[in-house]
Each structure stands twice: as structure tokens, then as C-alpha cells.
Write a protein that binds this ligand. Sequence first.
Ligand SMILES: CC1=C(CCC(=O)O)c2cc3nc(cc4[nH]c(cc5[nH]c(cc1n2)c(C)c5CCC(=O)O)c(CCC(=O)O)c4C)C(CCC(=O)O)=C3C
Ligand SMILES: [Fe+2]
Length: 356
Amino acid sequence: MAQYDAILLSSFGGPEGQDEVIPFLRNVTAGRGIPDERLEEVATHYRHFNGVSPINAQNRALKAALETELAARGIDMPVYWGNRNTAPFFADTVREAHAAGDRRLLGLVTSAYTSYSGVEQYREDFERALETTGLGDEVAIDRIREFFDHPGFVTPFVEGVGAAMEQLKAEGIPSDAVHVLFATHSIPNTAAEASGPEFGPGGAYVAQHLAVAARVQEQAAPGVAWSLVYQSRSGDPRTPWLEPDINDAIDELAVAGSVKAVVIVPFGFVSDHMEVLWDLDNEAVATAQGHGMAAVRVPTPGVHPAFVSGLIDLVVERLNDVPDAERPHETTLGPWPDHARVGASEATLDNPGGVA
Ligand SMILES: CC1=C(CCC(=O)O)c2cc3nc(cc4[nH]c(cc5[nH]c(cc1n2)c(C)c5CCC(=O)O)c(CCC(=O)O)c4C)C(CCC(=O)O)=C3C
Ligand SMILES: [Fe+2]
């Protein structure tokens, strides 16, 4: 059996006050060439909400919900929380875990899909935390598999799309006048390809999103028109990123003329992030309303009981070395494989220091 001492809830981080906005954005973009104008623009999104992103509060709530679920199942494992871009930083969390005697950490990363930002970059973050703390010989960090098609992640969206369709029906809008927009974070085309070229154009990133959208739609709104759209692009405008942008897609639907309502499914995100509050609830909804369309935004998983217990199921399957054939997955792409551990090079599960 795999042995882990603790869970490391691992997330992006976000500012919680006006004075934290610029330091946060500097951390996010360090060395990655986001133009200043774009940073200024993104800062205004945060300024609009008094500099507070909902993401940290969401993670505190998720941590508490995970602890409750672990206790209910009689699993004695502490949950630590660390971030990439704002305190508590991973290095601080690793020190905290080490001081408490916890050495083997299982990273529960709040990214559902395969991409550099969601997978590799967390691995680099963990490595750096082990290096800067000097604890690499004692502490090791694994991560759970990408859970894009785990029932715990898919179920809240199935419920949300179903409820949105009901709501529109009650407002007198028939399902053939509805278009469901599955929205996720755009990334550079090259990054998408790199996520797994064997999965076709757009790599694993696009293939996973298409598969999940089809699965949600087949359960929640069979036969209703849908498309995969993108949001929150940044970087140099001359660099191609995944398209269409959600706002352009809504404009196109307006030209076609038969769509009276859009359902917006924020299925790139596990909880309410600034991208959801600003790019979807503010911008995309306004675009739809500008064309006289109704718009319903589906909730993010947040602390939905299915999501919380699904995350603990992912931990338990790892603890029990459950074979792939028995791991839950809602699309034919899954179950996504586990990843190698971080730090303590050449380490194995039974030899966290990696020394023979
Ligand atoms: C795939 C992906 C996820 C999902 C996986 C994961 O969870 O990691 C994600 C999550 C998030 N992205 C976030 C915020 C930002 N992302 C940026 C920039 C970028 N994201 C990218 C990709 C992703 N991002 C990329 C390719 C860039 C460009 C440059 C770079 O490689 O950095 C920028 C810079 C300014 C701008 O938007 O241009 C900001 C402020 C927040 C926090 C929101 C909050 O505060 O509530 C969260 C959860
Ligand atoms: Fe991002």
C-alpha cells in the first residue's frame, strides 16, 4: 500500500486586498512576457472586487470540507494548503508539514486537465519548495491524477446544466433555442499541442475538454446544441491561442439568429475564480444580453458534496494502489495515469530520500 502522511491541497493563489494585486500579478507572470497593458487590464478586474479574488476563500472552504470528509470516513490524515502565487506558499507549507512530522505528501492540485500550468508547473513549484527549504532529502510530494473525467468533477456540471435547462424552460425558452457554451481557459496553441500531441489537434488539453463536455451534455441536455469555447487569453496578441473566445462565439450565435439563450458552463475551473466572476459573469453575460439573449451561468464544483467526496476517493484509490481498470472515469480518455513523484530524485515510495 502507498503510504502518505498528509494531503497537500495545492492551488494558484490570489490577492485578498488591493495592495496584494500587483505582487500577485508579478508572481504569476514572472519571466513569461505578459505585456504590461494586459497586466494593467487584469489588475482592474481585481480592483473592481476591492483587490479580492475569491480563490483563497474557496480553498479554505475546500480544505475544511476535505477534513470533514476524511473524519467521516475515519481517515487520519492532515490537510495542508499551499499556493503558487500568494501566501501560504508551498515552501512555507512544506516547512509546516515537516515540523509536524509529515514527510510523504500527496498533492491534491486544483487543476482538472492536463496542461503545463496545471501539471508541470506544479511539479516545478514542488521541486522549488523542496530546494528552498532544503528538505528534499526528507520530504517527497506526489500528486493525484488529473481528474477532468472523474465523476466527482463531472457530476456538479451535469446537475448545473440540467438545472439551467429547467430554469430556461420555466422562462418559456424551448431547448432548441438554447446553446450550451462549455468555457475553459485558453492557452497558447503550442502549449495545447505539447499537452499530448497523440490526442490530436489541441493535444490532451482540448481532447479532455471535448470529452467532458460531450459527457455532461449527453447526461444533462441530450440533443441540445453545444460548443467548446475559450476565455481569459493573455500573452502577445500575435501568438495564436485556442479559439474561439466565448464573446466571439456568442456574437456568431447572434448572427445565426435562432438562439434565445446561452448556458455558460465554467468547466475549466474547480471553483469561483476571478476568471469566472469577471470574464464570464461580467463580460460574457453582458455580450449575450447585448444581443438580447438570456444567459445562465452554471455553478463551479466548489464544495459540492460529490466533488469533495470524489477528491477523497482519488486520495483513497492512491493509498490503496487501485489498478487502472477499477478507477472511476466518465470518458474513454480516462482514467488518467498517475504521475511520478517530485523531489528526492530517484526516490521510491518506500524510500523517500532516494538513497539506496
Ligand atoms: C491552464 C490554466 C489554468 C487552469 C489550471 C490551474 O489552475 O493552474 C489557470 C488558472 C488560473 N489562472 C489565474 C490567474 C491568471 N492567469 C494568468 C495567465 C495565464 N494563465 C494560463 C493558463 C491557466 N491558468 C496561461 C497560459 C497564462 C499566461 C501566462 C502564464 O503562463 O502565466 C494571469 C496573468 C494575467 C492574464 O490573465 O493575462 C492571471 C492573473 C488564476 C487565479 C484566478 C483568481 O485570482 O481567482 C487561476 C486559478
Ligand atoms: Fe491563468
